[in-house]
Design a binder for this molecule. Structure first.
Ligand code: GRF
Length: 223
């Protein structure tokens, strides 16, 4: 059996996407080894969850650093000590410093709750409803210095119900996010997806559109 793929996860909040990856590691449905879970909030449920799962954790307080760049440099230096091949931002609510990120581009992914390029930033569910959109969804993308702007690997989508509220839409989307993130991590761990010169390659070919999460939980190319 090939060695498990080492990943680090950064999370600031609730940690449900983290929990989905922990489950996948535990049940061996994903060939991953979560080598570190790090965050910027010592009391975040995500870090508790990681501790309870027996994983290595790291909480760094941004208040202890003079600048964002110094915080990010220390965070990434400490992450590097654990030698992950992939860093997953799973509800990590900070913008990363471009120069710290630069050497890691292609090895950091983020999950964002919108069909990018729609609705970068916050309050995505509210904005999709207010715009009268028929569809909403989530995207997993490579992280670049542009906020929520890096090349998209894959998306999951759903129809917005007529009576949807931001809360109901978020709740409906969340299980799809978990499947989407796990499926993307699996393809990267299997080295079937990679970033090459700012283009996502899937089985060696440049993707012209994001992969789509199918009903069976696997990723498909767009028709
Ligand atoms: C998710 O909606 C994710 O898309 C966004 O932040 C939320 C994190 O949720 N980036 P959780 O902490 O994984 O439960």
């Amino acid at each position: 059996m090939p060695a498990a793929y080492p990943i680090a996860i950064l999370a600031s909040g609730r940690g449900s996407n983290l929990a989905a990856l922990i489950d996948a590691q535990r049940t061996a449905s994903l060939p991953i080894d979560i080598v570190l879970v790090a965050g910027d909030k010592a009391h975040a449920p995500a870090l508790r969850l990681a501790e309870e799962a027996g994983l290595s954790t790291l909480a760094l307080d941004p208040a202890g650093y003079a600048t964002r760049a110094e915080f990010d440099a220390d965070l990434f230096a400490r992450i590097a000590e654990h030698a992950p091949r992939l860093i997953v931002l799973a509800g990590f609510m900070r913008i990363l410093d471009a120069s710290v990120l630069e050497p890691w581009v292609g090895r950091v992914i983020n999950i964002h709750p919108s069909l990018l390029p729609l609705y970068r930033g916050l309050r995505t569910h509210e904005r999709a409803i207010a715009a009268g959109d028929a569809m909403h969804g989530a995207s997993v993308h490579y992280v670049t210095s542009e906020l929520d702007g890096g090349p998209v690997i894959a998306q999951a989508s759903l129809a917005i119900a007529a009576d949807a509220t931001p809360a109901t839409l978020a709740a409906e989307l969340l299980p799809l996010e978990h499947r989407l993130l796990a499926a993307c991590v699996e393809l990267i761990a299997e080295q079937r997806v990679a970033l090459d010169d700012n283009v996502v390659r899937y089985d060696g070919s440049a993707l012209s559109a994001p992969l789509r999460l199918g009903p069976d939980g696997t990723l498909e190319t767009s028709a």
